[in-house]
Design a protein around this ligand. Structure first.
Ligand code: GP9
Ligand code: MN
Length: 628
């Protein structure tokens, strides 16, 4: 028995030595690469995912006879090594890994192309040494006698290893998808993905995403459906004349605040106000207290996308990556037509969320990013709000008027620890938790906002501008629900309450001379910002899917997951239940409500069609030729 096993092992070692060499080399260099990326975290299970990827590659090689198998494995070794070197080079500059979408956009990003030479290190080439050293080994193997394994045996070997690889890979991918929903479709933290499921796994997911999107994009849409979509978009555009053209000639400033949720507004912890400056300033504003974020996997970038386009976020992935080359009908473009100077301010790197490409598509002339601003003080992912907002204020004063400036804060970003460390705000009872750190972080940001508001007032900027402000998305993950409920003293701890009450973000409009201040209870969301601005600034924005919040009587919000409200009924798609907003009781849906649900679903599909089939390109060119 023993000698039989030994024989088998000897046979395997002798005849499949190339497979073992491949496994050893590619596993080792991939692990070294992942450790280089490490930051402060490498998943303990990454080695299993990595082995699974290698098993899949090896399984394919086993379909070939010896020579073909060796050539295939050599090619795979070369490919993985080459991608590691490319990833390392890219990572040095962008602190991120390469994706197919960034390669596609590379032509438009001169900065990378120019600096590849400067970024390469001699040590990177060590990853390629075996590729060179293996050449004589390959030549030696070329002269070996052909493999005796018959096709049937090869197929069995392939299937076994392939299934094993796929199953183990799937387990890793699924665990990550559950831990961070939307991460794999949006690829919003690529190096983290590689540190969890391996470098090969990450690139596999990237390739899968691109293929899935291309298939969606390539499916033809019948002409009648296009006409129908355009008709739906164009119907009911003008909802009223209130506030029409009130902003004409004025500057437009939009302030998107990172992770600002509504529950912190006018709330105290241990007797102190969490956001005293926002609370004070919102008394001078028209404040919408039933406003919801509507983002999907694109998170911050989805909030930006809706605000500037009034189209729904992508069904999977981030619209900012997938549709960056589309023809849009963005707010920036429309204001440009009115001779506005359009720019964005944000203290992170230009490439994050594909902003360097997307801002161009959205009609912004300039992006004041981390690379351009003074980045001496970093909090979390980028420039601290404390130094970012004063820089923004200084720049605003130099801009050609009228201008549209889109300002995006950053410091109060999950997991909140960096900003929390900058304040001694007392969160006794929540210390060291996500909720506690969030309260500190948002208090820190609020303090910086206070200085910013004062600056805007003192410099007279608010006299000639309309300022809109809102939080981009939620701050507290589901897993921290109970602590949030403790903070606010919530008794109804069900899914409905979670969505209806705790997925709101504050939305405020400040008019010159603090006009029109007060609270507006209209149910609305991020999709509605652009149509509201379009009415105020006299813009024609026919291809928007939201509503004008200053003229609509009927509230409504549709969430990307199919949940919706019309201000009376709230449908929670995750549990498929309907609630009466007034009584907070579960209700049986009427026929009209069910029809409404289908209509909302259709709206989401239309939005997907518009983006996947780049329909605005067609609609715009038809419009232009009609007006000529
Ligand atoms: C990054 C910042 C945060 O620049 O906007 O993005 P998020 O992780 O919240 O989507
Ligand atoms: Mn965000």
């Amino acid at each position: 028995m023993r000698s039989q096993i030994r024989e088998k092992v000897e046979y395997a070692l002798k005849n499949y030595v190339d497979v073992f060499i491949f496994l050893f080399l590619v596993f080792t260099k991939s692990m070294i690469f992942i450790k280089i990326l490490a930051g402060n975290y490498v998943s303990p299970s990454v080695k299993y995912s990595l082995l699974a990827s290698l098993f899949i590659m090896i399984s394919i090689s086993l379909l070939f006879k010896t020579k073909g198998r060796i050539k295939f494995l050599y090619a795979m070794d070369f490919l993985v090594s080459f991608v590691i070197v490319a990833d390392l080079t890219y990572y040095r500059f962008f602190k991120d890994l390469i994706s197919i979408n960034c390669i596609r956009n590379l032509g438009e990003v001169g900065e990378v192309g120019d600096s590849v030479g400067n970024l390469l290190r001699f040590s990177d080439f060590l990853f390629l040494t075996d590729v060179v050293l293996l050449i004589p080994v390959m030549i030696y193997f070329r002269n070996r006698k052909p493999d005796l394994a018959v096709l049937k045996k090869r197929i069995i070997a392939f299937s076994t290893l392939f299934v094993l690889g796929v199953v183990v890979q799937f387990i890793g991918v699924r665990a990550l998808a559950l831990e961070q929903p939307g991460l794999l479709s949006s690829l919003r933290n690529k190096s983290y993905i590689a540190r969890c499921i391996g470098n090969i796994g990450y690139h596999g997911v990237d390739i899968y995403n691109v293929i899935a999107t291309e298939i969606r994009k390539s499916q033809k849409l019948p002409e009648e459906k296009k006409k129908k979509i355009e008709k739906v978009l164009l119907s009911n555009k003008k909802q009223g004349n209130k506030f029409a053209n009130i902003g004409e000639g004025k500057n437009l400033i939009i302030l998107q605040i990172e992770s600002l949720q509504q529950f912190v507004i006018n709330r105290k912890v241990n007797g102190q106000e969490i956001t005293p400056n926002l609370n004070r300033f919102l008394k001078k504003c028209m404040y919408f207290d039933n406003f919801y974020y509507q983002v999907a996997a694109g998170n911050t970038s989805d909030a930006e996308f809706m605000t500037n386009n009034s189209l729904y976020p992508a069904a999977t992935g981030a619209a900012y990556s997938i549709y960056a080359k589309n023809d849009l009908d963005s707010l920036g473009e429309k204001l440009k037509e009115k001779k506005y100077y359009t720019s964005v301010f944000h203290g992170n790197r230009r490439i994050f969320w594909n902003r360097n490409i997307m801002y161009n598509t959205e009609g912004f002339y300039h992006f004041y990013s981390k690379e351009e601003l003074n980045a001496d003080e970093i909090v979390g992912m980028g420039i601290s709000d404390r130094t970012f907002l004063p820089q923004t204020l200084d720049k605003l004063q130099t801009l050609q008027k009228p201008y549209y400036s889109f300002v995006i804060t950053l410091s109060s970003h999950f997991p909140y620890r960096a900003a929390a460390a900058k304040t001694d705000f007392d969160v006794t009872g929540y210390e060291g938790t996500d909720v506690g750190n969030y309260l500190k972080a948002i208090h820190y940001t609020d303090e910086q906002l206070g200085t910013f508001f004062k600056g805007l007032e003192d410099k007279g900027i608010l006299d000639n501008s309309i300022l809109l402000m809102y939080g981009d998305h939620s701050a507290i993950p589901q897993s921290d629900k109970s602590l949030l409920y403790k903070l606010v003293g919530e008794e109804n701890q069900n899914d409905y309450t979670w969505y209806k009450k705790y997925q709101k973000v504050p939305f405020m409009i400040h008019f010159p001379k603090n006009k029109y201040k007060g609270v507006n209870h209209l149910y609305s969301g991020e999709m509605d910002t652009y149509p509201t601005i379009a009415n105020m600034f006299g813009l024609k924005a026919p291809y928007t899917m939201g509503k004008d919040m200053l003229n609509s009587k009927q509230g409504n919000v549709t969430f990307r997951n199919g949940s919706f409200t019309d201000g009376k009924v709230f449908y929670v798609s995750t549990i498929d239940k309907y609630y009466d907003i007034k009584t907070d009781e579960e209700i049986k849906p009427t026929k009209a409500v069910l029809e409404e649900k289908n209509r909302r679903q259709q709206q989401l599909e239309y939005s997907d069609d518009i983006l996947n089939k780049d329909l605005l390109k067609e609609f715009n060119s038809e419009n232009n030729s009609q007006t000529k």
